[in-house]
Ligand binder design. Structure first.
Ligand code: 5AD
Ligand code: FES
Length: 349
C-alpha cells in the first residue's frame, strides 16, 4: 500500500491525485503528512500570490430565505431568527465605508429572498458598478434562473459564489429537504461559468453524514470544474436547526483540505473563512499558513450582524468588530502576510 506521505509528495509534484489516492491521503493522514502538505501548500501560495492576502468586504444584506437547508440558521423554518433586510441606500453606505477602508471587492450575500426581485437586485448592482468602477462585485444569492444570472452579470456583477455543498447526490439529500435538487445546483454552477462570471463553489467539512468518499468526490469535482474560488469551512451546528445535536466539523480537517486544494489548483482563490475562525481562535491565521490567500471580513452594519447567524458562536458580530480590518491586519501580520488592496482577480483562466 502506498503511504500517505508518498501520496502527499506526488500531489505536490503533479498537482493531481486519483480518487483512491486522495482517499488514502485523507483517511490515513498523520502529523507528518499534515506538516508536509502545509509546508508545500504554503510555499505554492507564496510563489503564486506572494505574502499578499486579498480582502473581500462581505455585506449580508438579507437574512430572509425561502429555503430550509437542515444545517443553516437562517432557514425559513427557524422562527426564532430575527429577520432583516438592508435597503439599497444601506448597502451603498456599506460600500462607501468599505471603499474608504481600502476594499476593492464587495460581496453581496443573502438568503434566497423573493423580496429582492431581479429588478431590485439589478438596480443595486448597477448603483455599485457606477459608484465604484474600480471594484469587483461578487454575488452570493443562491439559486436563480439563468436569465436572472445573466441580467445581474450585464448590470456589472463580476463574480458569483455558490457552494455546491456536496458533490454526492445522496449526501445532498441528507443535508437538504426534498424540494432542493442536487442537479439543479450543479446546473446553476455551469450556467454561471458559461455566462462569464468568475465562479466560486465549496462545501462544509464534517457536515452530518459526510464520508471520506464524499470529500474525495468534492475534490475530484473541483479539480475538473476548475472554479476561480473555493470556499470551505467546518460545519458548525446551530441550536435552532434540525442539526442542533450534530457534532461540529474540525479546524484540523478543514486545514488539511485547504492544503490539498491549494496543491490541486495552485492558482485558486482560497478563503480562510469565518467558520474556520469560529472553530479555532487562530483558525484564519492557520488557514493562511495552510495555503489560503483570501479573508472576507464583514462590512454589514454592526446592528444586524448578530442576526446573520448561519451557525452558533459566529465571530465578528459584537461592537468590538466594527473594524475587522485592523484586527485582520494584525492577524495576517502574525503569519507574515499583508492585506492587499486591489481587486485580487483569480489568476486562473
Ligand atoms: N456551519 C457552517 N457553514 C454553514 N453554511 C451554512 N450553514 C452553515 C453551518 N451551520 C455555509 C454553507 C453556505 C454558506 C453561505 O455557509 O456552505 O453555502
Ligand atoms: Fe472581525 Fe477580527 S476580523 S473582529
Amino acid at each position: 500500500m502506498t503511504s500517505p506521505l508518498s501520496l502527499a509528495e506526488k500531489l505536490a509534484r503533479t498537482h493531481d491525485l486519483s480518487g483512491s489516492e486522495l482517499h488514502t491521503l485523507i483517511a490515513d493522514r498523520t502529523d507528518e503528512t499534515r506538516a508536509y502538505l502545509q509546508q508545500q501548500a504554503g510555499a505554492v501560495r507564496e510563489q503564486i500570490y506572494g505574502s499578499r492576502v486579498f480582502i473581500r468586504g462581505l455585506i449580508e444584506f438579507t437574512n430572509y430565505c425561502k429555503n430550509n437547508c437542515y444545517y443553516c440558521g437562517i432557514r425559513r423554518g427557524n422562527d426564532k431568527a430575527e429577520r432583516y433586510r438592508l435597503t439599497e441606500d444601506d448597502i451603498l453606505a456599506c460600500c462607501a465605508e468599505g471603499h474608504a477602508l481600502g476594499f476593492r471587492t464587495f460581496v453581496l450575500q443573502g438568503g434566497e429572498d423573493p423580496f429582492f426581485t431581479d429588478e431590485k437586485l439589478v438596480s443595486i448592482v448597477r448603483a455599485i458598478r457606477q459608484g465604484y468602477p474600480d471594484s469587483a462585485i461578487t454575488l452570493s444569492l443562491g439559486e436563480h434562473s439563468e436569465q436572472s444570472y445573466r441580467a445581474l452579470f450585464e448590470a456589472g456583477a463580476d463574480r458569483y459564489l455558490l457552494r455546491h455543498e456536496t458533490a454526492t447526490k445522496a449526501h445532498y439529500a441528507r443535508l437538504h429537504p426534498p424540494e432542493m435538487d442536487f442537479d439543479r445546483r450543479m446546473t446553476c454552477l455551469e450556467q454561471l461559468k458559461a455566462i462569464g462570471y468568475q465562479v466560486g463553489c465549496g462545501f462544509m467539512i464534517g457536515s452530518p453524514g459526510q464520508t471520506v468518499d464524499d470529500l474525495v468526490r468534492d475534490l475530484r469535482f473541483i479539480k475538473t470544474f476548475r472554479p476561480h474560488m473555493v470556499g470551505i469551512g467546518p460545519f458548525l451546528s446551530h441550536q435552532d436547526t434540525p442539526f442542533r445535536d450534530q457534532p461540529n466539523g474540525t479546524a484540523e480537517l478543514t486545514l488539511y483540505l485547504l492544503s490539498i486544494l491549494r496543491l490541486l489548483l495552485p492558482e485558486v482563490l482560497l478563503p480562510a473563512t469565518t467558520a474556520l475562525g469560529t472553530a479555532a481562535g487562530d483558525g484564519r491565521e492557520r488557514g493562511i499558513l495552510a495555503g489560503a490567500n483570501v479573508v472576507m471580513p464583514n462590512l454589514s452594519p454592526v446592528s444586524v450582524r448578530k442576526k446573520y447567524l448561519l451557525y452558533d458562536k459566529k465571530i465578528c458580530t459584537g461592537e468590538e468588530s466594527a473594524q475587522c480590518i485592523g484586527c485582520l491586519t494584525r492577524r495576517m501580520a502574525s503569519v507574515g502576510c499583508t492585506l492587499a488592496v486591489d481587486r485580487g482577480d483569480s489568476l486562473l483562466h
